[in-house]
Design a protein around this ligand. Structure first.
Ligand code: ADP
Ligand code: RBF
Ligand code: MG
Length: 428
């Protein structure tokens, strides 16, 4: 379709959309104000679309989609969002309501635009991310720094920054526009601390997002989730739906960041401890008992790389909290593990070395993905934190705590042969 045809089609859709919009909003006094803010926003969006006539197909790559977003949210659209017109008093009240629902001192503001919500948080430290470099250039908010790019790619920049995780990540007025809602939530959850929140909000409501979507469903690709079941369906295992406010002109959905994602089924591994790559983790305080890759490579081939925790037994027969890294140690660029391995630090064990002796480990929870850290010190700080988290969870979480008595862990002496078995949680 040529761009000019696009404009014609869009204009038709626009007329239909606005009329259905007015009908659905009724004609109460307060409503009329909201409708006018929404109508102005729709007009601004339609104008932006016609300035950027070349649509990308719904099947486009994430890169193509993102570049179209950056184009649409540029030029006069930046000026519109920066103007008082985009945030009339009734919208300002709703932005304040959203900001007030966001907890904590450190907030990641996704789709930050010119910073109209970033300016309203009580947080002392805000990072605003946006796909549009023009929006980022125009963005202003005290206590905020800005980063241009896709939130899906933000995790590396966050690791690089060495900053602590966020108390909350907020997708305001942009969650319909992301390429893939699940990926976006997963990326946001990855930089939020356990107990923190991921928030999706819109000061004009979910129906408004659908109105925009009708204008060009390749720009606004998605509706907002409107039930707790929907929140759960698109959430990664790390997020638990918390609440949903879906009013005619206001939308706010929240998930809580879990401390871990249960590994279901659990993975039970037993085998002789192998020599590692001699990178000297013992000297740094975190020796890792490596399982031989030739015996366990197939078992972990499909397991996401990352840090897991569970219980382990060694030759002394006792069970210990254990935290295992499954992966390649990418921090050691040039000296990474040539293959994916499982290596486990046995917490609270400070006995003799146990090379070649059997190790049994029951992995029950996923803590975080494996990352490439910018320095060795950063890796060490993260491992220290992982070990603390794992020890606390394995003692405090009732389901994880009882696993130390799992019969599989007790058979170390009697059944020393190599095993890799998936155990459904219903087994205990
Ligand atoms: P490698 O590179 O050979 O794996 P590490 O420096 O990782 O060497 O040390 C791992 C070895 O340290 C283990 O194989 C085990 O014999 C011993 N070890 C001693 N204490 C622990 C512990 N708490 N957790 C894991 N391994 C330990
Ligand atoms: N290596 C990495 O490159 N990235 C990681 O995120 C990472 N996380 C780890 C977490 C834990 C709890 C442990 C015990 C190890 C981790 N490692 C990681 C592996 C580490 O690089 C390895 O143990 C040492 O290099 C010794 O081989
Ligand atoms: Mg090791």
């Amino acid at each position: 379709m040529r761009p000019i045809d696009d404009v014609v089609v869009l204009s038709c859709l626009f007329i239909r959309s606005v009329s259905s919009f007015s009908v659905s909003r009724g004609s109460g006094g307060a409503r009329r104000v909201a409708t006018s803010a929404a109508e102005k926003a729709i007009q601004a969006h339609e104008a932006a679309l016609s300035r950027q006539g070349a649509s990308v197909p719904a099947s486009a790559s994430r890169e193509a989609h993102n570049s179209r977003q950056a184009n649409v949210f540029s030029g006069e659209t930046v000026a519109y969002f920066a103007s008082a017109e985009a945030t009339p008093p009734d919208v300002a009240v709703k932005l304040d309501r959203i900001a007030a629902a966001v907890p904590g001192d450190r907030v990641l503001d996704v789709g930050t635009g010119t910073g109209c919500l970033a300016r309203r948080y009580a947080a002392t430290s805000v990072v605003g991310v946006d796909l549009s470099s023009e929006m980022i250039a125009a963005a202003e908010a005290p206590n905020a720094t800005f980063w241009c790019g896709d939130v899906v790619d933000y995790e590396d920049a966050w690791v690089e920054s060495g900053e602590p995780p966020f108390d909350a990540a907020v997708f305001n007025a942009c969650f319909g526009n992301v390429f893939d809602q699940k990926d976006a939530l997963r990326a946001a959850a990855a930089v939020v601390r356990p107990g923190g929140q991921v928030v999706v909000s819109h000061p004009l409501g979910a129906a408004f997002v659908d109105d925009l979507r009708r204008l060009d469903p390749t720009v606004v690709r998605h509706s907002l989730p409107t039930s707790l079941a929907d929140l759960d369906r698109i959430a990664p295992a790390f997020l638990e739906p918390a609440d949903l406010v879906d009013e005619p002109d206001f939308y706010l959905a929240r998930w809580s960041r879990r401390a871990f994602a249960p590994l279901e089924p659990r993975l039970f591994l037993r085998g002789p401890v192998a020599r590692g790559y001699g990178r000297g983790s013992k000297k740094l305080g975190f020796p890792t008992a490596n399982l031989p890759e030739d015996m366990f490579g197939a078992a972990v081939a499909d397991l996401p790389t990352g840090v897991y925790c569970g219980w382990a037994t060694v030759a002394d027969g006792a069970s210990y909290p254990a935290v295992a890294n499954v992966g390649f140690s990418p921090t050691f660029q040039g000296a990474e593990n040539p293959v994916k391995i499982v290596e486990a630090h046995i917490c609270d064990y400070d006995g003799d070395d146990f090379y070649d002796q059997p190790l049994a480990i029951l992995l029950a929870a996923f803590l975080r993905p494996e990352r490439k850290f910018p320095t060795f010190d950063r890796l060490l700080a993260q491992i220290t934190h992982d070990v603390q988290t794992a020890t606390r969870l394995l003692h405090d979480d009732p389901i994880l705590a009882q696993l130390r008595h799992h019969p599989a862990l007790q058979q170390l002496q009697n059944a020393p042969e190599t095993t890799a078995t998936w155990l459904p949680s219903t087994d205990l």
